[in-house]
Write a protein that binds this ligand. Structure first.
Ligand code: MG
Ligand code: ZN
Length: 355
C-alpha cells in the first residue's frame, strides 16, 4: 500500500470506531424538549419561513409518536404530558396519575431520586399542564395551587417559567416563595436575576401567570435554557432537563399561522443552542418531540423561494395524528419507528441506567 492508501485506511478505521463509540455510549445527560402542539405542518411552516432550514434538521434520527390518551382519541396536554413524563396513558386533564388516580413517578423524579440534577424551562406558567406532568400528581390540570405545592415536595434543582402568583398569592395563605427560600432556592423574578445564578437551586418565576408570547418574550426560552444547563452541568452524575416551547399550541389554537412561526422559530433557536451544547460535550442525548398536534394545520401550497406558505386549519382544538420525534447524541438511535408516547420514560431510564 502506498502512503495515501494507508492514510485512507487509518482514517476509515478512525471514523468507524468513533461512530461505533457514539452509538455504543450511554448518555450522561438527557435534554427532553417538547413543542406543545407541534406537528409536521407547524415545523414545515417555520422551515419555509426561515429559508427552507431549521436547527431541527441537525438531529440524526427521527420517528413518529402516537398521542391518543386513555379515554380520548385526541389527547390534551395533561394526558399527553403525563404519557411523555410518566409512561402511562391517563384521562385527559389528569396530571402525573393513572386513570384511577394513582400517582406515577415521572422521569424527572426518577432522575432526581438517582442523584442526577434536574430542571425544567418553559414558555408558560411552571404549573401549566406540560411542566406539571413532570413534577406534580393531581387529578386536574387546573389545580394550579396544588401543582405549585407539589414543586416543594421535590428537590428539582432548576425551574424557570411563569406562574409566580400560584406560589405567592394563594388561597391557603401559604407563601411558597418563603418555603422555596427555606429549601435553599434562589428565587429570581427576571432574566437578569436568572443569569446571575451559577450554582445551587434556582426558581425562576418570571411572570405573574403565563409568559408573554413572541416576539415580546425575546430570547427568554433559549437564555433560560442555557442558564439552566450551566447550573445542572455541575453534577458529575449528569442531569435531566425538560424544555417546553409552550405557546406553539396556543398560536395553533388561535389558527394564527404567523404566530405559529414565531413560536416555532423561538423553539428552534433554543434547539440550536441545545444542539451546540450536545455537540460540544458529546455526552448528552437530546430528544425533541410534541405532546400532540394542534389546529389540524395543513399547508396545501406555498413558495419556498419567497419563503411563503398558505396554511389552513381544520379545528380550533387538538388533532389526533401522530407527532414526530427527533433525536441527537448517544442513544439517539432508540427513538425511531412508530412508538407510543408512553415509551419515553423507560427508554430514558435504560439509557441513563436508572430506575
Ligand atoms: Mg404545554
Ligand atoms: Zn392545546
Amino acid at each position: 500500500m502506498n502512503t495515501r492508501s494507508k492514510l485512507i485506511v487509518i482514517l476509515y478505521l478512525f471514523l468507524s470506531i468513533s461512530t461505533l463509540s457514539l452509538y455504543a455510549k450511554n448518555p450522561r445527560n438527557v435534554i427532553f424538549m417538547i413543542g406543545d402542539g407541534m406537528g409536521i405542518s407547524q415545523i414545515y411552516a417555520a422551515m419555509v419561513a426561515n429559508g427552507n432550514t431549521l436547527n431541527l434538521e441537525r438531529c440524526t434520527f427521527t420517528g413518529l409518536v402516537k398521542t391518543y390518551s386513555f379515554n380520548d382519541f385526541t389527547t390534551d396536554s395533561g394526558a399527553g404530558g403525563t404519557a411523555l413524563a410518566c409512561g402511562v396513558k391517563t384521562k385527559n386533564s389528569m396530571i402525573g396519575m393513572t386513570p384511577d388516580s394513582i400517582a406515577v413517578e415521572s422521569i424527572l423524579e426518577v432522575a432526581e431520586r438517582n442523584g442526577l440534577s434536574t430542571g425544567m424551562v418553559v414558555a408558560c406558567a411552571v404549573t401549566h399542564a406540560t411542566p406539571a406532568s413532570f413534577i406534580a400528581h393531581q387529578p386536574n390540570r387546573n389545580m394550579n395551587e396544588e401543582i405549585a405545592s407539589d414543586f416543594l415536595k421535590t428537590d428539582i434543582d432548576v425551574f424557570i417559567g411563569g406562574g409566580k402568583k400560584y406560589f405567592a398569592e394563594r388561597t391557603d395563605n401559604r407563601n411558597l416563595i418563603d418555603e422555596l427560600k427555606q429549601k435553599n432556592y434562589t428565587v429570581a423574578y427576571s432574566m437578569n436575576e436568572v443569569m446571575a445564578v451559577k450554582s445551587g437551586k434556582l426558581a425562576g418565576l418570571l411572570y405573574d401567570d403565563q409568559n408573554v408570547a413572541m416576539p415580546e418574550r425575546g430570547t427568554m426560552l433559549a437564555d433560560a435554557t442555557m442558564a439552566a444547563i450551566d447550573i445542572l452541568d455541575n453534577n458529575k452524575k449528569g442531569f435531566f432537563l425538560m424544555i417546553e416551547g409552550s405557546q406553539i399550541d396556543w398560536a395553533s389554537h388561535d389558527n394564527h399561522a404567523e404566530n405559529v412561526v414565531r413560536e416555532m422559530l423561538d423553539f428552534d433557536q433554543t434547539i440550536g443552542r441545545v444542539l451546540d451544547y450536545a455537540e460540544k460535550t458529546g455526552n448528552t442525548l437530546v430528544i425533541i418531540t410534541s405532546d400532540h398536534e394542534t389546529g389540524g394545520m395543513t399547508i396545501p401550497s406555498g413558495n419556498i423561494e419567497k419563503r411563503q406558505f398558505n396554511a389552513q386549519f381544520s379545528t380550533k382544538g387538538h388533532s389526533g395524528v401522530p407527532v414526530p420525534v427527533f433525536t441527537f447524541g448517544p442513544g439517539a438511535q432508540n427513538f425511531t419507528r412508530i412508538i407510543e408516547n408512553t415509551s419515553f420514560k423507560s427508554k430514558i431510564e435504560k439509557l441513563l441506567k436508572i430506575k
